[in-house]
Design a protein around this ligand. Structure first.
Ligand code: ADP
Ligand code: MG
Length: 328
């Protein structure tokens, strides 16, 4: 994805913080205690609003870089790279990778395979970041689709194996949420009580703003390059994660191709949604559910959220209508 688009995401997600927050002088003086980086294929920004030790930033950097490697499918040192190139042999992975695969299987089951973490053979065919992106051949897509099946994953403690030697795991749909949760736990353990964690539009907040009011986080207007918000949500110690077709895409011969892929066809999921945002306590859950609900479509996705406790959603359909779940 182009950097401009990434920055738009960041701007949109935090738009109302500077626009409508009334942050105090004291808070603004502390705004330099932030960590910005280009990780997880996106721009990340973590802002600590209360007084905190500068050393926390070093800890943050180490933590984020560790996960950047751990959950990459292309870094040869990563658990996932080793697993995806093991030809079906068992591979020992870190506690965190095992945890995340376990979560991924849960959402794959919940959606009956609409969400499927073994999408890797298909997702690795598509390059949404390329300067001159191409649609993969239909033969290559059909071949890749035949290896997608989460029921072939065996997870026993930290040992993982894939029944199909050509299968592969891609945790891209949930890793950022998981990392946001880990960052939040780390910052809290360091005594931080007010912070905004923004991993490419995946926003998780600690506490409230310094004046005790909730954070007002903008939800981006689909395809708006200026980062304008279509609506916003008020958060205290919660997270909001959006999956949308405007986040990573390219156009070819007038057709838009985006990065949320239908495991049955191998092509971008085709429905009437622009985006789904999930608001809840756990960012892992929000990230998993935003992609899952997108793949389930408006009706089934909204039904799923309305049956859950403590989880809310905002669906934006392609007529730019904003649909909210029952609790918000
Ligand atoms: P983003 O990564 O932009 O925040 P998402 O959380 O919606 O967006 O995740 C999209 C990513 O999930 C894709 O880039 C790919 O790595 C992965 N993915 C794509 N389709 C599926 C699918 N059907 N099931 C599980 N993961 C998927
Ligand atoms: Mg997701």
């Amino acid at each position: 994805m182009k950097c401009k688009k990434l920055l738009t995401l960041i701007t949109a997600a935090t738009l109302c913080l500077s626009g409508c927050s009334g942050i105090s002088r004291h808070a603004q003086a502390n705004q330099d205690l932030s960590y910005t980086d280009m990780l997880f294929d996106t721009v990340i920004k973590i802002q600590i609003l209360d007084s905190a030790d500068q050393n926390i930033l070093n800890g943050l950097k180490k933590l984020c870089q560790k996960y950047d490697t751990m959950f990459s499918t292309t870094n040869e040192d990563s658990d996932l790279y080793k697993l995806n190139h093991a030809g079906g042999a068992p591979v020992t992975v870190s506690d965190e990778t095992a945890d995340l695969i376990h979560e991924g299987i849960h959402y794959s089951e919940l959606s009956n395979g609409a969400f499927d973490i073994t999408i890797e053979p298909v997702s690795s065919l598509w390059d949404f970041k390329s300067e001159s992106p191409e649609v993969p051949s239909s033969e290559a897509i059909a071949e890749a689709v035949s290896h997608v099946d989460y029921t072939g994953i065996s997870l026993d403690g930290n040992t993982v194996s894939l029944a199909d030697p050509n299968a592969g795991i891609d945790l891209g749909a949930i890793a950022k949420g998981y990392i946001a949760d880990q960052v939040k736990t780390y910052l809290k353990s360091q005594g931080v009580r007010h912070a905004i964690i923004n991993l490419g539009g995946n926003v998780d907040v600690i506490g409230t703003k310094l004046d005790g009011s909730k954070y007002n986080i903008g939800i981006q207007k689909p395809f708006d390059e200026t980062g304008e918000a279509i609506t916003s949500v008020k958060l205290k110690d919660q997270t909001v994660v959006t999956s949308g077709i405007y986040e990573r895409y390219f156009k070819k011969d007038g057709k838009l191709y985006h990065h949320i892929l239908d495991p049955k066809t191998g092509y971008p999921c085709d429905n009437n949604l622009y985006s789904v945002s999930i608001i809840t306590d756990s960012s892992t859950e929000a990230d998993a559910l935003s992609t899952t609900c997108f793949l389930l479509g408006y009706e089934k996705g909204m039904k799923l959220i309305n049956e859950m406790n403590g989880v809310e959603a905002i669906f934006i359909t392609d007529d730019e209508e904003v649909h909210r779940s029952k609790g918000i």
